[in-house]
Design a protein around this ligand. Structure first.
Ligand SMILES: NC(=O)c1ccc[n+]([C@@H]2O[C@H](COP(=O)([O-])OP(=O)(O)OC[C@H]3O[C@@H](n4cnc5c(N)ncnc54)[C@H](OP(=O)(O)O)[C@@H]3O)[C@@H](O)[C@H]2O)c1
Length: 320
């Protein structure tokens, strides 16, 4: 009798072993929407998550990109221009209809421009802000109900340009500084309903962003009847040449995986390819701290600042 009970339990266990991976895989395959997944960082993240077994809704705009993404296992392409409310609404409807819910949203789509403030055209500024700021807000607002339902995660690709601001880079830096505020405000708003918000701040990694930007600037100059000078052409070529030598953004995707799936996600992930980019970013943050602390009645002395730094470095506050 005892033997046959053991055999029965064993048989059930074997059956469970045979079927559980499939069942639990289907049940637990968390779905993540990534905007701007056609190239660069977004593409790297989409491929990485899909390879790890997650289900990826990959946002793209062009037919050839949608087709290429659809050909990858665990990826379903979604036509999504983040500046189009119609596209965003259609993406929400499609993902809702699919019925697998949505665990994560990665706001990654982004564009850049270059030029001094004094020369900046309104259209150029609008172009960058409409994708990098309004687009992020538009997409996030639309997907918040699905993410709240899953008590999931919202991750945004900011940049070290959210800390640094260089001459000629104001529009892009302004948009990435906005993401710092966006992530902090949103995190406070959604923490009570169990949603965690993170910001990934990459340094320089291989993508298409520099080549796309220089091509767009050249096209705009020519469309306005101007000529692209040899010097500008040279600078553009240098930017394009440098881009192909940069590291693949695998480390940025590692950070996205942590932000999306770790039990202890962080608010900020600075991901840089070398010490130089880490140093200029951290020094800039310290410089700003010192500027804030200077020249008024309520500043702190060195010891008090060091104590504040120690407090911030304590494991609890460093985690989020
Ligand atoms: N690469 C870096 O060194 C670096 C560093 C810091 C931060 N970042 C940030 O990383 C993110 C990804 O950029 P990337 O470097 O990977 O550049 P990328 O290769 O040029 O990729 C940008 C992505 O955004 C998409 N996109 C542009 N406008 C869009 C719109 N209106 N609606 C939807 N998607 C749109 C592009 O789609 P299309 O192909 O259709 O244009 C592409 O998929 C950006 O937020 C960028 O600011 C990059």
């Amino acid at each position: 009798m005892m033997k046959s009970i053991h055999a029965f339990v064993l048989a059930v266990a074997v059956l469970a072993l045979q079927f559980s991976p499939l069942v639990s895989f289907a049940d637990e395959q968390k779905a993540v929407l990534i905007t701007g997944a056609s190239t660069g960082i977004g593409r790297n993240m989409a491929e990485r998550l899909a390879k790890d077994g997650y289900f990826v809704y990959a946002g793209a705009r062009k037919a050839k990109d949608l087709e290429a993404l659809n050909a990858i296992e665990n990826i379903q392409a979604v036509r999504l221009d983040v500046t189009s409310q119609d596209d965003v609404d259609a993406a929400v409807a499609m993902i809702t209809e699919e019925g697998r819910g949505l665990w994560g949203l990665v706001n990654n789509a982004g564009v850049a421009t270059a030029g001094a403030v004094v020369d900046m055209e309104d259209s150029d500024l609008d172009f960058v802000l409409n994708v990098n700021v309004n687009g992020v807000v538009r997409v996030t607002r639309a997907f918040i109900p699905l993410i709240v339902e899953s008590k999931g995660r919202i991750v945004t690709t900011g940049s070290i340009a959210g800390i640094l601001s260089r001459p000629g880079g104001s529009a892009y830096s302004m948009s990435k500084h906005a993401m710092e505020a966006f992530a902090d405000s949103l995190a406070g708003e959604l923490a009570p309903v169990g949603v965690h918000v993170s910001l990934i701040e990459p340094g320089s990694y291989k993508s298409m962003i520099r080549r796309t930007t220089v091509a767009r600037i050249a096209k705009n100059v020519e469309a306005a009847g101007g000529a692209v000078t040899d010097e500008v052409k040279q600078r553009m070529k240098a930017a394009a040449d440098r881009e192909v030598t940069l590291e693949e953004p695998d480390a940025v995707s590692d950070a996205a995986v942590h932000a999306l799936f770790s039990e202890t996600p962080r608010r900020r992930y600075m991901v840089v390819p070398d010490q130089f980019e880490a140093e200029i970013t951290i020094r800039k943050a310290i410089e700003e701290l010192v500027q804030l602390n200077t020249g008024h009645d309520y500043s702190y002395d060195r010891d008090e600042l060091v104590q504040m730094l120690d407090d911030a470095l304590s494991p609890q506050s460093a985690s989020d």
